[in-house]
Design a protein. Structure first.
Length: 56
C-alpha cells in the first residue's frame, strides 16, 4: 500500500516538475542570455531517476 502511494506521489512530482520546467522556459531563456543557467534539468533528472527506480 505504501509503495503505491510512494509511486503515485513520485509520478505527480515528476509531472509537476515537467510543468514547472515548461512554465519557466521564458525565464530560463532570459537567464541564459544574461550569462547564467537555471538548474531545472538537474531537478527533473533526479526526480525522473527516483520515479524510474520505483518501477523496477
Amino acid at each position: 500500500m505504501i509503495s503505491r502511494v510512494y509511486h503515485a506521489t513520485l509520478f505527480a512530482l515528476y509531472q509537476l516538475c515537467i510543468v514547472i520546467g515548461i512554465a519557466a522556459m521564458p525565464l530560463a531563456i532570459a537567464a541564459q542570455q544574461a550569462g547564467f543557467s537555471l538548474p531545472i534539468h538537474r531537478v527533473l533528472a533526479t526526480v525522473e531517476d527516483a520515479y524510474e527506480a520505483t518501477q523496477r
